[in-house]
Design a protein around this ligand. Sequence first.
Ligand code: ZN
Ligand code: ZN
Length: 391
Amino acid sequence: MIEFTCGCAQKKHRAPLEGYDISQGAIEKIPAILKDYHRVYVVADQNTYRVAGARVEAILKEHGMHHATHVIDRNIVLPNFETLGEIVLYAHDHAAKSNIFEYSPLPDLILAVGSGTINDSCRLASYRLHLPYAVVGTAPSMDGYASAGTPFLHDGTKSTVQATTPKYIIGDLDVLKDAPWDMILAGIGDMFGKYTGLLDWELARDYSGEYFCDKIAADVLDATNKCLENGYALEQRDPVSIKNIMEGFLVTGLGMAFTGNSRPASGSEHIVAHAWELFDLEKGRSPHLHGLEVCEATRLIAIMYQMLLEETDDEHLKRLITRYLPYFNAVEEFCIKMKVPPTVTDRQEILDGIHRALIMRDRYTILFYLRDHGKFEEYANRATDLLLERL
Ligand SMILES: [Zn+2]
Ligand SMILES: [Zn+2]
């Protein structure tokens, strides 16, 4: 448990994380990190088993730690009933043969080896089985490592369901640096979304009276700046810049746990990105990487803020946006120089996503501000055109 007192309205912040290790060779330290657990249930898919799961298994074996492994051998896009059922069904202790009273047939820890879907599915299994879980990350690709919610695919659409947060997050830089390039770009793209997310949070504080924590927002901003400053070194797969991204996910994940809401991690850019993702799912297309979708939506929302800065008479609003302007410009420059791939390029679909985002979630963001000031339609159209020129 991480705990501290704070000057904000919540006075005290708490997160159920027991520990983390983001370093080169972190996998080798698993026996020490998980020393309190004796029956570890390792869950991976074929790909994550190959890049890290097999090594995890070998380390557990070398240290005489009792474990069982289940490898999912299908391509899974999002957690669904089948994947969850499979993980739960195989979560028994293979060594528990004769006397069921001797020890529980369940493991005492689920160890997810993966990034997106494996982690999300294990988090949900952990919640349903009342078992703690830990994660060995295999790609610095999305900010959901420490999240308490899990996306779930059902009836052709996606919803978010309650789950648990991990006890431990293990990120071995030797594994993470070899992740596919688009996953690395997605990771930094997801972090860029914190800029618009934080500005939305400040907007909500000043124009809708919402709770805000200076310390947590400052920590997230710092972590995001580090990603941006060292971002170009990702091309050389520099361990420091990979570490920055993983630590960024950690800081935002903890921020969500500390505040009890997702403001430290997401704003309008995430809502628009989710709307685009839903179009893909509902039309039977496989969705783009979450972070790439968030990155494009971040560029779109940044354009809206820049338009607002030029046109508003509200001096306070101008000051707020001006502080974020250098970040928006640097993100745009990064995306162009590093050729971050666009996800949605159809004008109507971009627009439909903005419209859907407005009604999808009751959360005060720039979209609500524009609606309340009668500028929503105009800004949505103009920002879409400007975005398309840049993609
Ligand atoms: Zn606080
Ligand atoms: Zn995200």
